[in-house]
Design a protein around this ligand. Sequence first.
Ligand code: ADP
Ligand code: MG
Length: 702
Amino acid sequence: MSGSSIQTAKSFTLLIVDDDERARDFLQNTFESAQHQVKVAADAPTALRLLHREPCDLILLDIELPGIDGLALCRLLRAQEATRRLPIIVISAHDDEERKVSAFAAGADDFIVKPATRRELLSRVGTQIEAAQRERALVGSNRELGFLADLGRGLLVALEPLQVVRRVAGATYEAANAALCAAMLELPQPGDGEQARAEGGTTSAVTLSEAAACVFDREGSAEGGALIDQTKLRRWLATDPATSGRLEDPAEFFLRDEAHRIEYVAPLRFEGRALGALVVAFDRAEDCGETESRLIDAAAQQAALAARISSLYEAARSSSASLAKEVERRTAEAEAQRRFTEAIIDTLPVSLYAVDRNHRIVAWNRNRELGGQGIPRGEALGRNIFDVLTRQRRDILEREFGRAFETGRMERIEQESIAPDGTAKHWLVSKVPMRVGGDEVSHVITVGEDITTRVEANRAVARTEKLAAVGRLAAGVVHEINNPLATIAACAEALETRVAEGAFGQSTEIEDLREYLSLIRSEAFRCKTITNGLLDFSRNRAGQHAPVELGEVLEAAARLLRHQKRSRNVEIVVDATDVAAVSGDAGQLQQAVIILAENAIDAMPQGGTLLLRTRNEGAGVRVEVCDTGVGIPQENLARIFDPFFTTKEVGQGTGLGLAVCYGIVTEHGGRVAVDSVIGRGTTFTLVLPSLSEERLDGGRVS
Ligand code: ADP
Ligand code: MG
């Protein structure tokens, strides 16, 4: 931008070009007496020299000049960049139209006919000067506006502090036609390595630890903050308020440069805080006019806004980085928590799934994937339960879920299913309502528990009880019938003896008598065989013999007992080390153990410990059933194995348990022993021959 800034002062510089000395003097006198500067030239070359040396505000040009005439000079001035807009008023002694037209065609702004009055001259010159000033101002503000718009656009994409200082320093350097231009910005986070990153390319701009700075030097290349006296600049920024202004004393300069004469410094101020500064150096005082000052101030304002945005951007970037880290950490934590919860529901020995109110499956554990009814999790999650459990009746399922959602009460349903291999499976299915964040049931969890073993064990118990009842009936009947039968047989035998002795003579009917008596005796014996068989049945229901692990038998018996109400207060302990197998019927052996264990539990109404233990013992395997119960009185010890011997109330005991147990053990070639201390407890010991031993013998150990 040129040094001819808008001048509001009335005084201006005038160049008068006229070869007529009188006319020149008159004109000079006229303007000088109106406080204007006047230069004079008698011909065109002199005028051009003067103009070249120093600019002026207006030319009064006579047409009739020696050599190059006024119109030629006018055209020349219009052709040159420096004088293209210089107001030119042509003066002539001739008032003809031809001359006026050619003068305007040559580029004159006005035409004055000599002689003119002082008033007219002053008025017409004044008008031209004002018009020229207005035009210059317009051109100036257009350029300013253009510059600011360009700078604004540039700063819009400058997000990092270094980009901001570079753009604003570069643009101001160009637009203000400055010798040097520096911009500095204090960084919000000192020492942040990210912000020290240079832009690369031709720029050598670097950042100090606490500020972003850039200087455009005399060669027009960007360099780092080395030329700025940052300490001084900081001190100035700290003054309250740091306002923009011209510096003419080199002692006050912020830029370390010998040649410049003037500095203009403007703070980058935003919301009352000086964030940095723009320092522009000029070699001549007149280069830094009002236009330059205004432009630098405007650039500083824009830069301050951009700097604020860039610091917000930096803050947002670093906080978003730490936010991302935090999100990542929490996500990992939540993921670990989720996996842990999933592991729990996968580890539970139940099959489990959950649906929301729209019957959409939201959880599906591993056990639900296994078995004949199993469905892979991937095929279930997110889908409608009725589309997945197609083998179940939809209306029943719908009612079950409906009840759980409506009543909020847990429901248990026992179900039986037949596995593909034909075996029956028993399930205890529970519908558990769940409330997530509210009073309303939001989900229903369905838990399926495989209770096949429990159901079968209960059935085995029922079977045992039934057998015991049959045994009792049989034993009772046998007990009642055997004695009369023995009497009948004995009587028949006695009569037969009497007949043989001839007690009834030799009548022909004797033969009949002998025959009937023989019939009675054989039939009585036949009855006895039947009742003995019945008794055998009641005691020994021989099953298939196979290798049996007594440890497993004890475990199974314990599991069964733990499910029973009566064992509530009793701690059941199994101690089964690695023992030899025995040959036998696992079911019967388990029944024998259960009989002993149930008696033991009955003997501990206040609770206690039941120990089921097995050990190798010589050629056999020993099983001990120990309790901490009431004990058995000495006088009863001999009778406890008798059928129908019981000390329990009517309906509580049958007196057949130990008899059956005894029958089973003896059937297996084993033996039973009992050891009891009143008030301390009882131990029943079974010894069964081990499998290898039985083989060696080729039969049972007696
Ligand atoms: P029940 O149990 O029906 O009485 P059992 O033959 O099983 O028939 O037992 C006969 C009796 O032996 C019992 O009534 C009880 O008096 C006694 N008895 C058996 N085992 C024990 C035990 N562990 N402790 C104390 N008394 C026992
Ligand atoms: Mg019993």
